[in-house]
Design a protein around this ligand. Structure first.
Ligand code: UDP
Length: 232
């Protein structure tokens, strides 16, 4: 079982695959998945993307650096929305970020992270890495290492790591357990390279699981066999 966990959620978890904005049912489901982990007693950090609002790569008519800043602000919107729904459902959370000076956002101060966890708060890291040209996968890797997570859970729409794209190839095989070296040698895509390299360097296991499988996050935290695990 894991006591301290960073969960990377894509923005689409707010609205359902391929949609935009916020969808009440999807958000309820998200709150349920996180509440289960909190009730179990784990310290939960969350990094959320902005695919439901805006990804930098979607705006090719303006410079990347600016488009990415809009994307980062999307993660701030999602983080605040998440805090709002958590509050409504009695889940204590705090949003921390380096890039925003809004009333409900606290600056990231690493001495405070333990205090938040000790007080039973979910810590939502907003604003990505604060730099353009990165993704929230990389932010998740950085924050996971910084908060002392024992595992990074990448909650996605596939139930693990496959030897080829399961959406394109029906005979794609799932690999339940693999090492970092194996993933690199076989060219398997787990996260983007920057994120993968940070996790590898700091010996952080990564679990890739299907967010849409009810209870999968809790089962992973309990140490059950869910999705795929990449070990240092
Ligand atoms: N982004 C960025 N720097 C970061 C994290 C995110 O510039 O450190 C921008 C980038 O434009 C990205 C967008 O924010 O496309 C949303 O993040 P991401 O694509 O990772 O969201 P997801 O696909 O997980 O919903």
């Amino acid at each position: 079982m894991y006591r301290r966990v960073l969960i990377k959620l894509s923005g689409e978890t707010m609205c359902g695959e391929g949609s935009r904005g916020f969808d009440e049912k999807s958000v309820q489901y998200l709150v349920k998945q996180i509440s289960q982990a909190v009730d179990f007693g784990a310290n939960i950090g969350i990094v959320i993307g902005a695919g439901n609002i805006f990804r930098g790569e979607e705006l090719s008519n303006i410079p990347y650096a600016i488009a990415d800043q809009i994307g980062m602000l999307g993660t701030v919107i999602n983080a605040l929305y998440l805090k709002g729904v958590f509050q409504k459902h009695g889940v204590k959370s705090v949003v921390v970020s380096q890039i925003s000076n809004l009333p409900s956002i606290r600056p990231i101060h690493y001495d405070d992270i333990n205090l938040y966890f000790d007080a039973g708060y979910v810590v939502i890291f907003a604003g990505g890495t604060s730099n353009p040209f990165f993704t929230t996968d990389t932010a998740a890797a950085l924050r996971a290492v910084e908060m002392g997570a024992e595992v990074l859970i990448k909650a996605t729409k596939v139930d693990g790591v496959y030897d080829s794209d399961p959406k394109k190839n029906k005979s794609a095989k799932k690999i339940e357990r693999l090492s970092y070296q194996e993933a690199i040698q076989r060219g398997l895509k787990v996260m983007d390279m920057e994120a993968f390299s940070i996790c590898g360097r700091y010996k952080l296991p990564i679990i890739v699981l299907n967010f849409f499988e009810d209870g999968a996050i809790l089962r992973a935290i309990r140490g059950e066999n869910v999705g795929s695990i990449i070990l240092p």
